[in-house]
Design a protein around this ligand. Structure first.
Ligand SMILES: *Cc1c(COP(=O)(O)O)cnc(C)c1O
Length: 447
């Protein structure tokens, strides 16, 4: 690599030399972070360790983590049980291919997932990330209809304000405007979108909310492979909550029109909403279920797609006879081992009481934000708290204010939101919400 020296001479330095000189400058100049600019990067904070609900920065400061590393670290960082599960598996094997070989970490995990998810889900496909799980779910739905001779059933129907991941099929069902993928809309498959449900709880449910989807089903059901949605809580597409009755009615409509239902529980799964899976709020079972994020307790990337025997056998009993997907690192044994330990840890913990306590703490701690004129709404469900502002937050300012106050909160657009690890104490939670009230309050003065 060539650089200009102070005297204007061309000098050659290796990337390694630049890294050794100033690794943070090297990071800014050469490493993409999620949704980041290489010319106007926002601050990134160097982390050296994490323990429990605390992230330790290089300069010694500790941050109370409000994000659970994007929904995933439900048990806290550096958990001895999860560490041990990984070490044990590491001593046996880190990885083997899953084509033609099998291992108990994966099969044990499949058994656990089948036992804790809705009863009709009996077959498990392991994928390597949430987005890939969504790709797999969509392929499953389309291949199922292909196997039934319904090659015209290739479209998906979804609700606006959704987020399903960053790969192409996943992008095509994200909110077309707020889903962060607007610029690709010209080359994405055109799927069907309906207005996001407006009901918050079953009390304000109005059957008229279904008018649009009923209209589409009446005319186009024969070309729809599946409805895909995030049950009860829409995450990165807007952090919206909606009523269980909507989900129940969607299930009924899907049944009536022979359309499959894909539930994307990548964010909501494993207790986050107060139920083990958000579908339980409506007491429904999807035909295909996507899991990810908290599956390994935030230790490794792993996702799972569960489906029914009808779909699995439907695909397998027709040409080409196999499901057309198989990632290189499918069912990685380390990831499966830590997922097994994480699910077991969750089920053996008082997670309902913990999530309920966090819900109460968020409700109480975030309530003062309701008094700010620039706050549109404060909403809490399970271990999720959202402060929605009227305007987008300044990402070059706000995260730093949180860090100054010893908490880790990473807003997006006009949303300041947290979903802490379930093991957070009442004291830490109060410190977290206090910081949010302060910083959101300051944001008002800055406008
Ligand atoms: C995060 C997320 C995804 C994508 O998962 P990745 O692991 O980031 O690919 C998909 N759907 C939902 C609901 C998510 O929250």
């Amino acid at each position: 690599m060539y650089t200009l020296t102070d005297s204007g001479q061309v000098a050659m330095t290796t990337a390694q030399e630049q890294f050794d000189h100033d690794w943070r400058a090297f990071d800014r100049a050469h490493v993409w972070h999620p949704y980041s600019s290489m010319t106007a990067p926002i601050a990134t904070y160097p982390v050296v360790a994490a323990q429990g609900v605390r992230i330790r920065l290089e300069d010694g400061r500790e941050l109370i983590d409000g994000m659970a590393s994007w929904w995933s670290v439900i048990h806290g960082y550096n958990h001895p049980v999860l560490n041990q599960a990984l070490r044990d598996q590491l001593d046996a094997m880190a990885h083997v291919m899953f084509g033609g070989l099998t291992h108990t970490p994966a099969v044990q995990l499949a058994a656990r997932l089948i036992d804790i998810t809705p009863a009709p889900l009996q077959q498990v496909f392991f994928a390597d990330s949430g987005s890939v799980a969504v790709e797999v779910a969509i392929k499953m739905a389309i291949q199922y209809w292909y196997a039934q001779g319904h090659t015209e059933r290739t479209r998906l129907l979804t609700i606006r304000n959704g987020y399903h991941g960053d790969t192409f099929a996943a992008m095509s069902v994200c909110d077309p405007v707020g889903g962060m993928h607007e610029l690709f809309s010209g080359i994405l498959p055109k799927h069907l979108f309906v207005r996001a449900p407006q009901c918050r709880n079953d009390a304000d449910w109005a059957e008229a909310e279904l008018a649009e989807i009923q209209q589409i089903f009446a005319h186009q059901a024969h070309e729809i492979a599946a409805v895909i949605l995030e049950p009860i809580i829409q995450g990165a597409g807007g952090m919206r909550f909606y009523c269980p009755q909507y989900l129940r009615r969607i299930r009924e409509l899907c049944d009536a029109h022979d359309v499959l239902l894909i539930a994307d529980e990548i964010a909501t799964g494993f207790g986050r909403t107060g139920k083990l899976f958000a579908c339980e709020h409506a007491d429904i079972a999807p035909d295909i279920l996507c899991l990810g994020k908290a599956l390994t307790g935030g230790y490794m990337t792993l996702a799972a797609v569960l489906t029914t025997q009808r779909i699995a056998h439907g695909i397998s009993d027709a040409d080409p006879g196999v499901f057309m997907h198989g990632p290189t690192f499918m069912a990685n044994p380390l990831a499966c081992a830590v997922a097994n330990a994480s699910v077991e840890l969750l089920l053996n913990s008082p997670w309902q009481a913990r999530v309920a306590a966090i819900e109460a703490g968020l409700e109480q701690g975030l309530a003062p934000c309701r008094d700010f004129a620039h706050v549109r709404e404060v909403r809490v469900l399970g271990a999720i708290g959202v402060v929605e502002l009227h305007h987008p937050v300044d990402m070059h300012w706000m995260p730093d204010e949180f860090v100054k106050r010893g908490v880790w909160v990473r807003p997006f657009r006009n949303l300041v939101y947290v979903m802490p690890p379930y093991v957070m104490t009442a004291e830490d939670l109060a410190a977290l919400t206090q910081a949010i009230v302060e910083v959101v309050g300051l944001a008002e003065g800055r406008r």
